[in-house]
Design a protein around this ligand. Structure first.
Ligand code: 1GP
Length: 230
């Protein structure tokens, strides 16, 4: 089984967006620790399978971040299952998870599943709207959610999600201090090496998403920024 412990950098690819073979080759061979496939819009069995088979030509671990039950397909190294800790709607905390278990529980292999405790901080991102996230949190709230993930639920990952917006590094630093065993993922608005290096000083793993589609060469450089940093 793959362990997220020790990872520093991942790219998140959106199955609803287009990426050329050349760019995909560069991402997969960049030295990143994993490729996550996941998104919030138009995620289908077809586009997930298509992207997975393209990433599968490389050795890099390939992970599906499950956002809809319909798009779960076999063949990934790991399945990341998000639970949105600050959602106002129990569907996004445990409801859809129960439906998935009803359908796939018997055939699921526990070693392939990793639960991510999300805390969505940016009120303007799609994920916040979709999951009815209670945003407007202060740092103490976010630290409390981190402790819920770590001390109470003993989740492997706490995912501080700023999707589309560069967050406050001082918050990431404080959140990291509260975690004992849970791995801290930071995602949101990383567009260049210096931001990657800055967030990587505090977060265990940084996630680079949109930048892949907006400024590919800069996005690619975030890997080395993080690897050289430590
Ligand atoms: C999104 O956290 C990831 O789920 C990455 O965010 O797309 O802003 O890089 P960006």
């Amino acid at each position: 089984m793959y362990e997220v412990n020790g990872w520093k950098h991942v790219f998140k690819l959106d199955p609803d967006k287009t990426i050329s073979d050349t760019e995909l080759d560069k991402l997969c061979e960049s030295g990143t620790d994993a490729i996550i496939i996941g998104g919030s819009d138009n995620v289908s069995e077809e586009n997930v399978l298509n992207l997975m088979s393209r990433v599968r030509r490389f050795l890099v671990p390939c992970i599906l971040e499950v956002s809809t039950i319909e798009s779960v397909v076999p063949g990934f190294d790991l399945y990341f299952i998000p639970t949105v800790l600050n959602s106002n709607n129990p569907q996004w905390i445990v409801g859809l998870h129960k439906e998935a278990m009803k359908e796939y529980g018997e055939i699921m292999s526990a070693e392939e599943i990793v639960v991510e405790g999300y805390c969505i901080v940016n009120p303007d991102c799609k994920a916040a709207a979709l999951t009815e996230a209670k945003t407007g949190l202060d740092l103490e709230d976010v630290k409390a959610y981190a402790r819920v993930a770590d001390s109470l639920l003993k989740l492997p990952i706490f995912y501080l999600e700023y999707s589309g917006m560069y967050g406050d590094p001082s918050w990431v630093k404080e959140v990291k201090k509260t975690l004992q065993n849970t791995t801290l993922f930071y995602g949101g608005g990383i567009t260049n090496s210096s931001q990657a290096g800055e967030m990587s000083e505090h977060a265990d793993v940084i996630v680079v998403g949109n930048a892949i589609y907006e400024n590919f060469e800069e996005a690619l450089k975030t890997v080395q920024a993080v690897k050289n940093d430590r």
